[in-house]
Write a protein that binds this ligand. Structure first.
Ligand code: ATP
Ligand code: MG
Length: 560
C-alpha cells in the first residue's frame, strides 16, 4: 500500500482522556478513532492489526479442532430468562424492545445462544465432545469504559463453548484450550501468565485467566519465583501455619497518644508493622465480628464474604456502641467473635490496641484469648508460595483471556441433553473460553513501545516493512528505485508500505516509528549513487547499509 492511499491520521499529541500509553499511541498512530464513550472505530492501520490478531487466534482454534460459528449480537430475552440471567446480569446488559414490543439484549457473551443451539442440534453422546467458537462483537454497558480499547462497551471477543458427555471429557478440552491459549499468546509475542482465577458470576468449578504483565494492568496477580504457581491475588489461599516462636516478654500498656494508624504506631514504638496486629470490625447479617490481621497485611474482602456472606464495615457509631475505641481496638476483652488471620495468629510479643483511648499494648500474646483462625488476607510480595515452592512475586496484569469449566449450569437450565451410552438422556457438561481480541492490541502495545512510538511484534504489525524514499516526488532515481523495491516486496507477498507523501524526511521517519512497523528501508539520492539502501529495525538503534540487489533477500531473512 502507499501512504497517500491510506487514511492514517497521525497526531503529535494524545487526547486528554488517554491515560495509558497504549491508548495514547493508538490514537496518535491513527489506529483508532473515538466515537463515544467506550465506542471506537478502527481505521485502516488498526484493522490490519486486528485482522492479524484474529487470524492467529483462528488458526490455533482450528488446529485445536474447534468449529467456527457466528451467532447474532441481538438476542431474545426468552433465552436469558431461561438461563436465569435476564434479572441477574445487571446494568452491563443492554436491553431493548423491538417494534413488536419483544424484549431483546445485545449479547455481552453467548452462553445462552450456543446452549440453545446445542439443545436443538446435539442429539447423541456420539457427537461429543464438540467445541464451537466465534470471533464477534460483544456489547457490555461498562460503568467506566476507559483506556481506549482496553475496556470498551463494544468490543470483539473470541468466545468458544464446548459440550461434553462428562467431566473427564470437559477436563481434556479444558487442558487443550489452556494449551491453545498458550500457543496463541506465544505467537502474539506477549509476556503473559496463566493464573488461577475466581470464576466470578458465570459460576462453575475451575477457571484460569491469562494475564499480560504490564504496569497499567487493572488486576493484581501473584506468581511463584520457582514454580508454575500463579493466581489472581484474590485467589491465593493460605493455610494454617505452625507456630514457632516462644514468648519471652511481659505485656505492657503504653501511651500512644493520637497514634491511630498502624504506620504511626509502628513508627512511634519503633517496631515493624508486621509485629503489630490490627483489628477491624465488620457487621454481618447476624452480628458484629472482629477481624485481626498482621499490621502489614490487607483484608481480602472476597475471603471474608466466603466465610460470612454479605458484610459491611462497622460505622464509627456502631464501633462506639460496642464500647470500642476506633484506632485503639485490640484483641482483648471483646464481646464479639474474634477471627484471626492465620499469619497474625502465629505472632508472639506483638503490639495491638488496648481498647482504651490513647493506649496500645506491647508484648501481647494469644494465650488465654478465645478466637477462631482463618485465611483473611491478601498475599504480599515475598510470601511463601502456597504450593510450597518458592516465594510469591506480585505484578499487575491485563486480563486477555479467560477459560472456565461451566459444568451443567446452562445446559441443565436450557435442557441441552443428549442420549447417553445407556440410552438415557444426559445433561451435557460445558466449558467456555474467551479472548479479548481488541484488548490484545492494547496489551501488546503496553509491552512494546518506546519514546518514539509503538514497536509491534512482527506477528501483528500492520505492515512488515516500510519504505521511506527521500524526495520521492522530486528525484526520479529515488522514485524508480523505491517503486522497484516496492514491487519486489509485493511480488514476494511481503506486506509493504511505501511512504509516497511529499513530506519532510523527519516527519516520515517519525511516523514510521510511531506506527511500529518492524522493518524500515530508506532510499535517498546518495543511496542511488552507491547502489545501497539503509535498513533499520524498529527495535534497534543501529542502521545497516544493504545493497539494493540484496534488499529483498535481506528482509526475507528477517521475517518469521
Ligand atoms: P474484566 O474482568 O476485564 O471485566 P471479564 O471477566 O468481564 O473481564 P470475560 O467475560 O471473561 O471478561 O471476557 C473474556 C475476555 O474479553 C476478557 O478476558 C477480556 O480480555 C475481554 N473483555 C472483557 N470485557 C471487555 C471490555 N469491556 N472491553 C474489552 N475487552 C473486554
Ligand atoms: Mg467484565
Amino acid at each position: 500500500m502507499k501512504t497517500t492511499k491510506l487514511l492514517i491520521p497521525t497526531q503529535k499529541e494524545a487526547p486528554n482522556d488517554a491515560q495509558i500509553i497504549s491508548h495514547q499511541l493508538m490514537i496518535r498512530a491513527g489506529l483508532i478513532s473515538k466515537l463515544a464513550s467506550g465506542l471506537y472505530s478502527y481505521l485502516p492501520m488498526g484493522v490490519r492489526v486486528l485482522h492479524k490478531v484474529e487470524s492467529i487466534i483462528r488458526q490455533e482454534m482450528n488446529k485445536s479442532g474447534a468449529q467456527e460459528v457466528l451467532m447474532p449480537v441481538a438476542q431474545p430475552a426468552e433465552l436469558w430468562q431461561a438461563s436465569g440471567r435476564w434479572d441477574k446480569y445487571g446494568a452491563e446488559l443492554l436491553r431493548f424492545t423491538d417494534r413488536h414490543q419483544r424484549e431483546f439484549c445485545l449479547g455481552p457473551t453467548h452462553e445462552e445462544v450456543i446452549t440453545h443451539l446445542a439443545a436443538q442440534y446435539l442429539r447423541s453422546y456420539k457427537q461429543l465432545p464438540m467445541n464451537f467458537y466465534q470471533i464477534q462483537t460483544k456489547f457490555r454497558d461498562e460503568i467506566r469504559p476507559r483506556f481506549g480499547v482496553m475496556r470498551l462497551r463494544e468490543f470483539i471477543m473470541k468466545d468458544a463453548y464446548s459440550f461434553h458427555i462428562d467431566q473427564a471429557s470437559l477436563q481434556q478440552t479444558y487442558e487443550l484450550m489452556h494449551q491453545t491459549y498458550s500457543n496463541i499468546f506465544d505467537r502474539l509475542g506477549l509476556d503473559y501468565r496463566a493464573v488461577l482465577a475466581d470464576s466470578g458470576s458465570i459460576g462453575g468449578d475451575a477457571s484460569h485467566e491469562f494475564h499480560v504483565l504490564a504496569e497499567s494492568g487493572e488486576d493484581t496477580i501473584c506468581f511463584s519465583d520457582e514454580s508454575d504457581y500463579a493466581a489472581n491475588i484474590e485467589k491465593v489461599a493460605f493455610s494454617k501455619q505452625e507456630k514457632t516462636c516462644k514468648s519471652t516478654l511481659t505485656e505492657e500498656k503504653v501511651l500512644t497518644k493520637k497514634k491511630t494508624s498502624i504506620e504511626e504506631v509502628a513508627e512511634f514504638l519503633n517496631v515493624k508493622k508486621s509485629d503489630c496486629v490490627k483489628t477491624l470490625i465488620i457487621k454481618t447479617k447476624s452480628d458484629f465480628k472482629a477481624l485481626a490481621l498482621r499490621g502489614d497485611h490487607e483484608l481480602n474482602e472476597i475471603k471474608v464474604h466466603n466465610l460470612f456472606g454479605d458484610f459491611e464495615f462497622a460505622t464509627e457509631d456502631e464501633i462506639k456502641n460496642l464500647d470500642l475505641k476506633k484506632g485503639f481496638i485490640g484483641i482483648k476483652n471483646l464481646d464479639i467473635d474474634l477471627i484471626v488471620d492465620y499469619s497474625a495468629g502465629v505472632l508472639c510479643d506483638f503490639v495491638c490496641g488496648a481498647n482504651e483511648w490513647d493506649y496500645h499494648l506491647t508484648s501481647v500474646n494469644w494465650q488465654g484469648i478465645e478466637f477462631v483462625d482463618a485465611d483473611l488476607r491478601n498475599a504480599v510480595e515475598g510470601d511463601d508460595s502456597p504450593e510450597g515452592k518458592g516465594k510469591l512475586m506480585i505484578k499487575r496484569g491485563i486480563e486477555v483471556g479467560h477459560i472456565f469449566q461451566l459444568g451443567t449450569k446452562y445446559s441443565s437450565a436450557m435442557k441441552a441433553n443428549v442420549i447417553g451410552e445407556s440410552g438415557k438422556a444426559v445433561t451435557t457438561t460445558m466449558g467456555c473460553y474467551g479472548i479479548g481480541v481488541t484488548r490484545i492490541i492494547a496489551a501488546s502495545i503496553e509491552q512494546n513501545y518506546d519514546s518514539r512510538g509503538i514497536i509491534f511484534p512482527q506477528a501483528i504489525a500492520p505492515f512488515k516493512i516500510v519504505i521511506v524514499p527521500i524526495n520521492y516526488n522530486k528525484s526520479t532515481r529515488v522514485k524508480t528505485l523505491a517503486d522497484k523495491l516496492y514491487q519486489q516486496f509485493i511480488e514476494a507477498d511481503i506486506e509493504v508500505l511505501l511512504d509516497d507523501r511529499k513530506e519532510r524526511a523527519g516527519i516520515m521517519f517519525a511516523d514510521s516509528e510511531l506506527f511500529g512497523i518492524p522493518h524500515r528501508i530508506v532510499i535517498s539520492d546518495t543511496h542511488a549513487d552507491n547502489g545501497n539502501v539503509e535498513y533499520k529495525a524498529r527495535d534497534r538503534a543501529d542502521k545497516i547499509e544493504v545493497t539494493f540487489d540484496d534488499a529483498l533477500s535481506f528482509i526475507q531473512s528477517k521475517l518469521i
